[in-house]
Ligand binder design. Structure first.
Ligand code: SF4
Length: 358
């Protein structure tokens, strides 16, 4: 069991469509960056492209859909994501071929791990086919984050397609708390069945992400710890974060990591462990880029402006040009919002999580 203040693993599925004008601006920003990079004859570092703070590009989160079958109150509140919500039209979504091509190009810049997210990624039709295509790219560690609702049904086909592991979002064991949090009356039992199916299929080690929100599920910390202790699964508690526009985040709803640790330590003495790899702890030395459902790259969970790759991709850009664009985007990265997070930043504009791959 690990208890870490990591970025939310939940692929929070909220969408704020970026107007065409902004997409065009993002595209021209990419072109300007590429020109600047070429002018300075910058080259990829031998171990991958690095940003302005020396951080290599290692992880890529790919959002494959902006839709979800849950309406978690902190992510897709029903009053915003109702029946009439304008989710992306199908032709705006990157195709599987486009995603696989970009994944190959990201790998050439240093990416070693790809995580599929959403929205709820298992809602994307024929997701197994995309997994097959990504699994065929050698040297990529391939994983997926899900709410677990469809996992019991799909675990084996995901494994057969080449998926290596899953992370399941699970904020409560108590059925009524769980149903309240997903806000679609979905029973926790079916998610637990999904976790068992994933374990049986060999999608291990399974990671479980619990977002803890004050006065909502903080009483679930110990039951979750007790339930999964000794299971072989990795349980991670996540601070409720000021992500997106619509979750109404407030500092006083955050249960700080230190408090989670203290709660658990009182029953199960805690020993610190090392992260599995640099960047696993996703706050201070983040090595992660995010590719939105419609092909924009974000270099920070708290970013507001993405870099549009879909436009040049569909305009026939070569692999070299797209690779240069990806390298240029990463090299100019200086984001360190996580370090600066305070109550004041809650009011800053941010992009919704579905858009950037959770
Ligand atoms: S299951 Fe995940 S993506 Fe769906 S609403 Fe909940 S947090 Fe958001």
């Amino acid at each position: 069991m690990s208890i870490r203040p990591v970025c939310a693993g939940n692929p929070m599925a909220k969408l704020i469509p970026i107007p065409v004008r902004r997409a065009a601006q993002a595209s021209s920003r990419v072109e300007a960056l590429v020109r600047d990079m070429r002018a300075r004859s910058l080259r990829s570092a031998p171990d991958g492209t690095i940003d302005t703070r020396g951080r290599p590009l290692r992880d890529l989160r790919i959002s494959v859909t902006d839709r979800c079958n849950f309406r978690c109150v902190y992510c897709m509140p029903k009053d915003v994501f109702g029946r009439d919500y304008p989710f992306l039209p199908h032709d705006e979504l990157l195709t599987f071929e486009e995603i696989a091509r970009l994944a190959r190009l990201f790998k050439a810049q240093g990416v070693v791990k790809v995580r599929l997210t959403g929205g709820e990624p298992l809602l994307r039709k024929n997701i197994e086919r995309l997994i097959e295509m990504l699994a065929a790219i050698s040297g990529l560690d391939l994983t997926l984050t899900t709410n677990g609702a469809l996992l019991a049904r799909k675990a084996q086909s995901l494994k057969d397609a080449g998926l290596e592991r899953v992370t399941v979002s699970l904020d409560a064991l108590d059925d009524s708390v769980f149903r309240t949090m997903n806000d679609v009356d979905f029973p926790v039992e079916r998610v637990l069945e999904g976790i068992d199916a994933a374990a049986a299929a060999g999608l291990a080690p399974i990671k479980l992400n619990a977002v803890i929100k004050r006065s909502t599920n903080e009483r679930e910390i110990l039951p979750l710890a007790r339930h999964f202790r000794g299971s072989g699964h990795i349980l991670r508690f996540i601070e409720y974060m000021d992500v997106g526009h619509t979750n109404g985040w407030r500092m006083d709803e955050v249960v700080p990591a230190a408090e989670v640790l203290k709660t658990i330590d009182a029953e199960f003495p805690i020993e610190p462990i090392d992260p599995n790899y640099p960047g696993e702890v996703a706050d201070r030395d983040c090595t992660r880029a995010r590719l939105s459902t419609d092909g924009k790259v974000y270099t920070c969970l708290f970013g507001t402006e993405g870099f549009d790759l879909k436009t040049p991709l569909r305009a026939g850009a070569s692999d070299d040009a797209l690779g240069d664009a990806i390298a240029a985007i990463w090299r100019q990265r200086a984001d360190r919002y996580s370090e600066l997070r305070t109550a004041a930043t809650g009011a800053l504009p941010k992009v919704e999580m579905s858009y950037i791959g959770g």
